[in-house]
Design a protein around this ligand. Structure first.
Ligand SMILES: [Mg+2]
Length: 345
């Protein structure tokens, strides 16, 4: 067993810090730059009336999807949804995207058409329009998407604004995508490792295959100035909340009995799949994690466009993340979400 790690030990975060040390520039070098490396997205001031929000995201065969389990349209849908999630996380309005695509020659026909159909469906739903990109031939499928969004000047919501006393909220259910992925991989094992393309109609798989991005909620929170800090839940609550707390230089305390955890079917629960573990450490839910000053607590909606919003804890003085159980016992919460550099998948 690896020893419990602090969020600062996260290999991916260390890599980003290393890149930043060598390449990142300050606002003095680029007056248009409002926010650079380290948040969900960068903010550039386009003019007095508008900020532009930039982010980019990889979807790689063998890392983020498998050709023998993921339907091609889900590969396209997810790739764009994952990228757009970082725009929602800033409370910005999706506008444009660039698509860089590397594929083997054998995938450039029917598979590509189906993948692009899924991407087009996501683009329409998210309000994103393709404006450019690059294509090349490569032995595996690699998709890199750059998204560009808009926000009113200074209104994009960053990770570093949480203050002691703020309430911690999440949108949607936690752990649904991880549950879907577990089912998908189980099905593949049951098929003896042979191809087992998932059914698009299985509702338990949908949060993983076709994640819904709460763009409208992000915009609402930004326009109403409700959230003091925000990010998307991409790597799992235990990891993402640690990042938000670190950026804001505060401590986060969550209450385990308040987590809006996904319901695990009894057959899977018997095999040891626990809802709480999925909710804390399962990644790729793409809900929003945000904090709200206590004075504005009455304005937090209970649900937004059919998706629940749950207050799961509060921000306190200090550092790190801790969890209180149903008996009020408090323990430090280990960051155990997704880290591409730590897992041996
Ligand atoms: Mg993010």
């Amino acid at each position: 067993m690896p020893r419990p790690k602090e969020p600062t030990d996260f290999a991916e975060d260390a890599l980003i810090a290393r890149i930043g040390k060598r390449l990142s520039i300050g606002p003095r070098a680029a007056p248009a730059l409002r926010l650079g490396l380290g948040d969900d997205a960068a903010i550039l001031r386009a003019n007095a009336a508008e900020d532009w929000i930039f982010s980019t995201d990889f979807s790689l065969e063998g890392v983020h999807f498998r050709l023998d389990t993921h339907p091609p349209d889900a590969v396209g849908y997810r790739a764009l949804a994952r990228a757009a999630s970082d725009l929602a996380a800033m409370g910005s309005e999706p506008a444009f995207f660039l698509l860089s695509l590397a594929i083997p020659r054998a995938r450039a026909g029917r598979w590509l058409d189906a993948m692009l159909a899924g991407m087009r469906r996501a683009a329409r739903r998210l309000g994103l329009r393709l404006v450019g990109g690059d294509t090349t031939c490569w032995p595996q499928v690699a998709i890199s998407i750059t998204v560009i969004g808009r926000a009113a000047p200074g209104r994009a919501i960053r990770r570093d604004g949480a203050r002691p006393g703020d309430l911690i909220c999440v949108s949607g259910r936690l752990g649904g995508a991880a549950l879907g992925l577990a089912l998908l991989l189980q099905k593949r094992r049951a098929a003896g490792g042979k191809a087992a393309i998932a059914s698009r109609r299985n509702s338990l798989l949908r949060p993983h295959l076709y994640p819904q991005i709460p763009v409208a909620l992000g915009l609402h929170l930004a326009r109403q100035r409700l959230a003091s800090a925000m990010m998307d839940l991409s790597d799992g609550l235990s990891t993402d909340l640690a990042r938000l707390a670190k950026a804001s230089r505060v401590k986060a305390r969550i209450h385990l009995d308040r987590l809006p955890a996904v319901r695990v079917p009894p057959a899977l629960a018997r095999r040891g799949i626990r809802a709480e573990t999925l909710a804390l450490n399962g990644g790729e839910d793409y809900g929003l994690l945000f904090t709200v000053p206590a004075a504005r607590a009455s304005r937090i909606p209970r649900a937004f466009r059919g998706s629940p919003i749950t207050v799961i804890g509060e921000i306190r003085e200090g550092r790190g993340v801790e969890a209180a159980d149903a008996h009020g016992r408090i323990r430090p919460l280990t960051s155990a979400g997704w880290d591409p550099f730590r897992r041996s998948s």
